[in-house]
Design a protein around this ligand. Sequence first.
Ligand code: CA
Length: 230
Amino acid sequence: MSRTLLVVEDERPLAETLRFNLEMEGYRVRTAEDGVEGLSMARALQPDLVLLDLMLPRMDGLDVLRGIREQSQAPVLLLTARTSEADRVKGLDLGADDYITKPFSLAELKARVRVHLRRKQDVTVEERVLEFGASDDRFTLDLNRRLLSRDGEPIALRPKEYELLAYLAQRDGRAFTRDQLLNDVWDISFAGGTRTVDVHVRWLRKKIENPDGPPRHLITVRGAGYRFER
Ligand code: CA
């Protein structure tokens, strides 16, 4: 069955170029020209993947993303001319899966679309629950329900906080560089963007570490990156 892609882009020539090229790849492509239309189409169509411009009339791309994430885990790739790290971090924090900075090559864009669709397809249902922490401070990470809880109480996580924690916790003891984490958890590799990883580690530590002592689970590996210890 052919996959449905939604392109939310107000520059009509670019939207049409994307539509033409993605249809050539065999996808069903729908386009929206502003943020309000984009969000309502995302809700109505339930597309398999969304290409989302950040600078949109009527509703900012980040607000569209927030609205999509309230009811869908479909991959969202941001198309943006913005280069500031703050916007990238904000977009990723809101649950975007990737960033493509304009101008981009169509070959690269098509490759990234393929990767994200395949990744979605590869997600297998694992009946797995990871536990970590001391007996008096027990954390449970439910990989099916994407849920972290402490002594039975759910802890709210941002989408990428969850994904980073799940990635490290499933590979406990192994050290990963910031670049590796950025590539594997965010699927992007942009210059200077590794601070995103540090920011998410800092947020996670506030939720799972004892504030009075050194981290016991999310360990900094000097000169390398991070590793997880149960
Ligand atoms: Ca725009």
